[in-house]
Write a protein that binds this ligand. Structure first.
Ligand code: MG
Length: 159
């Protein structure tokens, strides 16, 4: 098969006193992700989408939260691992589309930095990465700012 798609999803709880990191960018916020790693839902969803496309497990299997060395893990390490597995299997990345579900903060100021950071890690142009942020209109756990979630789809091409 020349082209394959992959889909990824992630959610983390939000609590006081934690960092709010999305796409590897630290965003000032009174609350942040409760997680074994740094809780970067966006990089986790993108990483899982890449792994899904190439049929290589998922990030929980590659970086189990039962392992001490994965504590407070920088999620860029996870994305780099997904990227290298993809390359080793002979695929290249066509494009990534993502949806973030969060109530606050507004991401407009940070979107460009997030996209640039992901484009550097994955060695693709900014124009191949899309990021959309949606609120939940105050409804449910995400609407009440108790959680943040992300969806990602990727298309990969066999070289
Ligand atoms: Mg996660």
């Amino acid at each position: 098969m020349k082209y394959k798609v992959g889909f990824g999803y992630d959610l983390h709880r939000l609590i006081k006193g934690k960092k709010f990191i999305l796409g590897g960018i630290n965003i000032p916020s009174g609350i942040g992700m409760k997680a074994h790693s740094d809780g970067d839902v966006l990089l986790h969803a993108v990483s899982d989408a890449i792994l899904g496309a190439i049929g290589s497990y998922d990030i929980g299997q590659l970086f189990p939260d039962s392992k001490k060395e994965n504590k407070s893990l920088n999620s860029e390490v996870i994305l780099r691992k997904a990227y290298s597995l993809m390359k080793n299997k002979g695929f290249s990345l066509c494009n990534i589309d993502t949806v973030l579900l969060l109530e606050k903060p507004k991401l407009s100021k940070y979107k460009n930095r997030i996209i640039i950071n992901i484009s550097k890690i994955l060695k693709i142009g900014k124009d191949r990465i899309n990021l959309k942020a949606k609120t939940q209109e105050g409804l449910g756990l995400i609407g009440k700012q108790a959680a943040v979630a992300a969806f990602a789809v990727v298309l990969v091409e066999r070289k």
